[in-house]
Design a protein around this ligand. Structure first.
Ligand SMILES: C[S@@+](CC[C@H](N)C(=O)[O-])C[C@H]1O[C@@H](n2cnc3c(N)ncnc32)[C@H](O)[C@@H]1O
Length: 205
């Protein structure tokens, strides 16, 4: 796992097994902010599903933005949860480090649970329904099990009517799978790259 500085001066890691970085090299924390937090309109009181916790930047950006949040995060790799302990960002990131160690955190503003294991399995144990979903696996080529219609159906079933999901990918096959399970798919922002990201909304009743 190689620590890499990105263009907004925040750090990410490069994963040798997947041969991919955990974030866009144009800016790791900027990516969390611009592709997930802003387009989804994260606000106080929401229930959030963070698929692929990694360094926890998406949950971190959410708790920087809002309070009274309940977050369930999914991650398969204990190794990255150990690696992130070396990052020094600020006090709020210490919450992320604690979750990575203890898999659960609760104070008056946040209740955060981290489920360790393959997301395509752990998602089936979740009874909660969500306002907001971050979908942030490695690329469809490297991490195909998290871009399937079957997995999207499990996500869809756990979203409230009108809830929104964001992902960085705009791949046609990804968007087709999202549409086939019933999402309304629109362009998200393009952040220093040619293609847009994707927003998928569960229709209101
Ligand atoms: C692009 S990184 C996520 C970056 C993360 N959202 C962040 O802000 O740091 C992809 C993550 O997906 C995890 N992952 C890959 N396959 C998985 C699976 N089947 N279930 C759960 N997590 C998985 C990887 O271990 C990695 O941490």
């Amino acid at each position: 796992m190689k620590l890499t500085k990105t263009k907004d001066n925040s750090y990410t890691f490069f994963n040798e097994k997947y041969q991919e970085a955990y974030h866009s090299l144009t800016g790791a924390l900027e990516e969390a902010q611009k592709k997930y937090i802003e387009p989804l309109g994260v606000k106080d009181g929401q229930v959030i599903l963070d698929i692929c916790f990694g360094l926890g930047y998406n949950t971190f950006a959410a708790i920087e933005k809002a309070k009274h949040l309940k977050v369930i995060a999914l991650e398969i790799d204990e190794e990255i949860l150990k690696e992130l302990q070396s990052l020094e960002i600020n006090n709020k990131y210490n919450i992320i480090k604690k979750i990575a160690r203890e898999k659960y955190y609760k104070d008056k503003n946040y209740e955060i649970t981290l489920l360790l294991g393959p997301a395509q399995e752990t998602i089936k144990t979740i009874k909660e329904t969500f306002d907001i979903v971050f979908l942030d696996p490695f690329s469809p080529k490297k991490n195909p099990e998290l871009w399937t219609k079957e997995f999207f159906q499990e996500i869809f079933n756990r979203m409230k009517p009108g809830a929104k999901l964001a992902t960085y990918s705009c791949a046609r096959a990804v968007r087709e799978n999202l549409k086939e399970v019933g999402f309304i798919v629109t362009d998200g922002p393009s952040v220093k790259r040619r293609g847009p990201s994707t927003i998928a909304e569960k229709p209101s009743l």
